[in-house]
Design a binder for this molecule. Structure first.
Ligand code: P6P
Length: 282
């Protein structure tokens, strides 16, 4: 695992440099989810691919930016699923963006996720990292070229922040009523459109709820299971929170049929997740 975490730290440093110096224009391509790719998306994906060619324990790569699985080392034992630059379109308005990594042993699915990491490229570059053996996720910060551990990450039982994703006109009436009830109870809106900084903020500010529900235009939600949702589900559960879908099922119990499958997803402190289950009747 150490060689994987070292590689993630190297990718984070290289992607941070790319964000600050590379062309933010569009590549002439789109990803497997049909989203237009920025040159930065392609560059960040290549940074991860090249660095992990040096990590023999990684058998396969699954990337938001690649249509299919890429085999790196036939003798490897892990599959690395990653979003090299999530929310990349926010970079050209100078908002925080992120990278997300899930390490799977065996078939890539919730129960086989053995470690997760995310990187936030903001005023500071920070990494949240957790393995199945850890009690809590750890927070690392880049300082003078090195990532130093700052603290453990722990959610309070109840928070104050609400990050409601998805187009509101396409929310179900149940979801709209629930989100409205949170704001009626004094929750503060914190939503940038980048899941990494939005989820990171809730983790570090002690709690609340991040939601990206199924909607009439996207019944299975927008966020991808293997390299966006499941890595954060492990982080949130290990931080003392919960991570469920619209049926009240643990996200870590999910088994995607396709490597780019999405799911409705809710991440939060225990109190907010219980309130959501009650509102959804699950
Ligand atoms: P919406 C960024 O494109 C992203 O994949 C996530 O980082 C973010 O949470 C979501 O999409 C935002 O989607 O529909 O709320 O703009």
């Amino acid at each position: 695992m150490q060689s994987i975490f070292e590689a993630i730290k190297d990718c984070a440093k290289a992607i941070d440099i790319a964000i600050k110096n590379e062309d933010l224009g569009f590549a002439k391509s789109s990803n497997a989810s049909g989203e237009d790719q920025l040159k930065l998306d392609v560059k960040s994906d290549r940074i991860v691919e090249e660095r992990f060619k040096e990590v023999d324990v990684i058998k396969n790569l699954i990337s938001e930016e690649k249509e299919d699985i890429l085999e790196l080392h036939p003798q490897g034992i892990y599959t690395l699923c990653y979003d090299p630059l999530d929310g990349s379109s926010l970079a050209d308005v100078n908002l925080s963006v992120g990278s997300i990594f899930g390490i799977y042993k065996g078939t890539p699915e919730g129960k086989n996720l053995i470690a997760s990491a995310y990187v936030v490229y903001g005023p500071r570059v920070e990494i949240g990292f957790v393995t199945q053996e850890d009690v809590r996720p750890a927070l690392f910060r880049l300082s003078e070229g090195k990532f130093k551990k700052i603290s453990s990450i722990e959610l309070k039982t109840k928070g104050k922040l609400c990050a409601p994703g998805g187009t509101q006109q396409h929310w179900s009436s149940i979801h709209k009523g629930f989100i409205d009830s949170l704001f009626a109870n004094g929750y503060r809106l914190r939503y940038s459109g980048g899941m990494v900084p939005d989820l990171h903020q809730i983790l570090l500010k002690g709690g609340g709820l991040f939601s990206y529900p199924g909607t009439t235009d996207k019944p299975q939600g927008k966020l991808r299971q293997l390299f966006e949702v499941l890595p954060f589900a492990l982080i949130y559960e290990k931080a003392g929170g919960e991570a469920i879908n619209d049926k009240g099922e643990r996200l870590l119990a999910l088994k995607p049929k396709h490597i780019h499958d999405t799911t409705p997803c809710f991440f939060g402190s225990k109190s907010e997740i219980e309130a959501l289950k009650s509102a959804y009747g699950v």
